[in-house]
Design a binder for this molecule. Sequence first.
Ligand code: FEO
Ligand code: CA
Ligand code: CA
Ligand code: CA
Length: 622
Amino acid sequence: MEPNASASVGLEAELDSEAPQRGKLSGHTRRNFIAGIAAAGVSTAATAVANRGNSLFGENALAAGGGRNGFASFEAIAPSPDDRFNVPKGYRADILISWNDTFRDGNGQALRYGFNNDFLAYFPIDGSKEGLIFVNHEYPDPFFLHGYKGSGAKTEAQVQEEKDSVGNAILHVKRRPNGVYRIVQGSDYNRRVYGDRPGLTFTGPLAGTTGVGDSARGSLGNCSGGITPWGTALSCEENYEGYGQDTSAGGYGWDQYGGQPGDEEYDPVTHAKYGWVCEHDPFDPDSTGRKHTALGRFRHENTAFRHEPGKKFVLYMGDDKTNEGVYKFVSSRRFKRGDRANNRRILTEGQLYIARWEPEGRRRFATKGDVEPITDTEGTGTWVEVTDEQLRDTAALIRAAVGTEEYNTHFATNRPEDVEVGPDGSVYIALTNNSTVNDSHGSVRRLREAGNDPEATSFRWSDFAAGGPQDQGGAGFSSPDNLVFDSENNVWVVTDISSSALNSDNEYGYHANNAIFMVPTRGENRGVAFRFANGPVEAECTGPYFSPDERSLFVNIQHPGELTAGEEDSVFGIERTYTSWWPEGNRTAEENPSLPHPSTVVITKDPRGEGERSIPPARRRA
Ligand code: FEO
Ligand code: CA
Ligand code: CA
Ligand code: CA
């Protein structure tokens, strides 16, 4: 059956009929596509590979793209469990920079690229030819950094290495004639923010209050983020709790073993220095980052702005935690192009709201692995005001105020990752999964404000695309995480199936490695996922972001080989014992045992096939 069959009679159909139908090719409908996949019995990686020859993937992927954005016209690829990154024919994939690589700032000082790159945004200086890349380095892997296996004491030097591995990086890049980017060494723009420096200042209602204070040392837990129309980057502090927790409780133990004055500030209960949305000006290397308390303190995944002329500036945000909610900040101010003094204050004053969903917020399923929920797939909702007193520990304080039953029914969702505003003003929310309600595969939900007014206090919603195998009625992806739109109204979805569940005999078996999908939001293939890239072993692909001309897609490869530390027989320094050897080696192919490196990759249109489609390159056979 089709995905969203029930939703397509309501909000989805209404929104679809409003929109221009672009990128259609005759003869290939979504129904035919689903029927074809089902008939071929594609349910596992192995059968998908076996069925590639019948070009089901090819014909239909090409039917989805086209038009003026050539990027989305591709022959979809098959799932893969391999320890490599690969893209379709007609594209090349190149590493821009990897963890621990050095790049030089304007003083000639060597900076190291951090660990676990997640959010990425490109800020143009000269269109797509030259710009700044802003990257988040989310969290450290103590084993890959210094051999720590999850118990015992750390040295101060080890903790410092972890502090140095997180935060943000700003890279000045230029494009070569072949379309591939390189870093401009010695640029004044090149810089790093770390877990303990430089200081960021607090703004908004809680600035200066107990445990918050006026400033925080550095930034951590930076998952995804967003941009603003006034040219700044917003970096979201997500899993902030663990840094100030003891290693015996599974934390990083920074206040336990760091030994630096101020390390007690990492304690997430006595202090509230982390867990905020941080604003950075990539164009001003001397600027001080700011943490905005008006946006609340929760596990911030990312931000997506909406700016409509004559309307207040609005920011949407998700709380990336099981059974938590979706937020909207309505600034007291409007965005005024070129008015820097006004725009700097937009995120410091306004009203935060949390979404209240009717009939309920969570998609619940009878059995794990199911694709059809037992709950409604569309409904209505209201935006409920968050008080200033609730900002410090936002979700917990709202839950306490409304009561657990009310919260779980009407505020909780299936763990919101990225939110993104579509071209028509609809808000797309990646609800990744939720084992407490048997939601294995997650969904992408669409929210439409009343009257399409960003300041509205009520909305309608529908589940736009369901995770799960196509032969069971799912869109094809599972556990959606980051989203990005291209100019042809396609939403690009990256997946985050947890490493321990990947490539096992379970409901995720069909998917193989985490991947990147292109999903049309209009026309006959609306809601169908076309596989564009496969990540390496135990990795997720994060932060997808297009160059302005959409000739290039930047993507971060995060945590390849992340299960290594937990393997009994893994030994630091003996690469053969690591679960991924990417990008220098390929563990699945037993080629070149290497230390795995999170890396930033650039995918480029390559019609003449001059570059490599695979990282590392597929072994050439004579
Ligand atoms: Fe860091 Fe929300 O994933
Ligand atoms: Ca994420
Ligand atoms: Ca995004
Ligand atoms: Ca995730």
